[in-house]
Design a protein around this ligand. Sequence first.
Ligand code: SF4
Ligand code: SF4
Length: 676
Amino acid sequence: MDYTQLCYAEYFGLPKELSMIIVYSLASLTVILFFYFLKLRLNRYGIGLWEFILILLKGYRAWLPFLWDIATHRRFTKYESIGAVAHLMILYALLLSLIGTLIVAANQYIGIVTGKEVFCGYFFLGYSLVMDITAWVLFIGSALGIYRVLGRKELYTRNEYYTNLLFLVGFMYLAVSGAIIESYRFMHMDLWRYWMFMPNALLLSSISSSSVLYMVIYYTHFPLAFILIAILPLTAIFHSLLGLYNYIINYKRPLGELSKPFDLKELTAESATELKVGFSNVTEIPKLNKAEAIACTDCFRCQDACPAYAAGRPLSPMMIITKIKHGLYNNDDKLIDGSIADDELWACTTCGACMNTCPVYIRHVDYIIDMRRYLVMINMRIDQKKSSLLLNLSQYNNSMGMSNYGRHDWLKELGVKTIQENPGFEYLLWVGCMGSFDNRTRDIIKSLIEILREANLLDKIAILGDEETCCGDPARRLGEESRFQELALNNIELFRKYNVRNIITICPHGYNTFKNEYPKIDSWMRNIKVMHHSEFLEQLINEGKIRMNKNNIVFTIHDPCYLARHNGVVNPQRNIVKKLGELRETKYHGTQTFCCGAGGANYWYDVPEKKRISHIRLEQLMETNAQTIVTLCPFCNAMLTDAARIKGVEDKVKILDIAEIVKSSIIKPQEVKVSD
Ligand code: SF4
Ligand code: SF4
């Protein structure tokens, strides 16, 4: 046969009209069943079919970035290989198979309308080869998937386990049956000359000559594909659709922003008594979050990334979601005082590594904080250290339990003016609780002040003095939402009163709270530019306001979770450090950083653990053999300094804030003159 006559022969050797009627009837039934099962599944979580469809449609802006994420498998490959490769192979094979099916259908319709089929000749040969390779990719990917599912049976619900296997075995059957169908056509159309475009057909020629076998295979191949599509919403493969749903419901929501369960400003005495905060059982979980959790595929990625799990704390983010999911499946609704222990919730540092790596975009921290809210606000079940923190916040308006009176007197002695003394200020320096009261952190602030003095910017800076309080981050992360909102509202009022336009802070927790959470308390906060001091220092360097010496020092950077992962600030610190010496990165850096152990209010209480998170982190940093570890957060600095002291390695490595290394490298104007 001449190659130009080669074309897709969909109903080759079959009664064409009858086959078309069967195929299109089953396809229509598949669509009806798919939506019926989708409705059934969603209704279990209280979500309507149209509500779900509208969420997907209204979130159309998120579709492209979502597809890009999936196409690159960016999240899948972060912590794991076999599962990532298997998933990638299956996904691309199914996509290419779908394209192949659409080409066949399009060719048919074009042929019916114009009397001439178009996807023929070289195109047909080329795509035949693609489909042959695709069949292998699907077969091997599915086999790898089965290996992985069998190895973790205990993690799945019955439904998940068997439907995962059903789909994977089904994919393998589709790959083999598709190749046999092609092989039969290859032989009976006498295409031997073109075997190099259809190597599978040649390979299977000995078993695919029977027309009975061909009919059996054909009439099981496409119905199986239809059945898998129709039952998808009832199975664990529903995660393919829920991944998009999760991406949409959290689209553009900063990683570091916690949900707002109520608005304190709008609470009346009556509504406050009826207020429900957090949850202790699965029935109380908001319906959209129920569907979010169901997307979990027990892939272990979040657990592998979790510093609390690595430290042997009683927490696995995967198990938190798995327990919620099992509760939803089995109508076994007790979480707190049921499947989840209090310490699992307290072990979380809210570092965000789990959320950053989850391939179906689950926000684990939302669930953990909601259960903390239940423990703190409804049940009041907290230990002494957590109670002390809350007491400090309510009595002193700061997390350190010290009087706010005179908290910035030492700064005034350095020539820094308060906001009342300097009404023309440009930047509010948010000193923070650590900066105000902790001696080590005061040194960091002092270095920053010296830099500002060198840059002749001290007059543009002001502090709040006695009026400064806690930003509210520890209260919110501990689960005390009312205290957080109270502090936030007071601070916003102050910012408004003094017409604050720019905030500089050395604390990534304050940075995250002002930038991502305050605007949800009062939209006026969107007018304020919040800067971490690393961003501000980089700006000063770029503007030539400070000049620095480069030395032979080897640095490594410890990126704070709330700066790098939650807010994507990873470049300023690197740009600065590279100007001062050599930078050696740890394996976990930038947005993939590893927690110091202090976040999520963990700085103020203890959790049972086998090894301290800060010790694990210090070891990772010291593996670089850097002389100086650069920190960008007073809490990280305190945790790592403490770890170095306990491990007895204080002499081997310096732990300094970015402001301190900049300050010690500044070239004074007189030195510039001399060197000029
Ligand atoms: S936020 Fe961090 S500590 Fe908490 S569960 Fe996720 S990875 Fe673990
Ligand atoms: S929550 Fe996400 S990352 Fe964790 S096991 Fe489930 S799917 Fe994987």
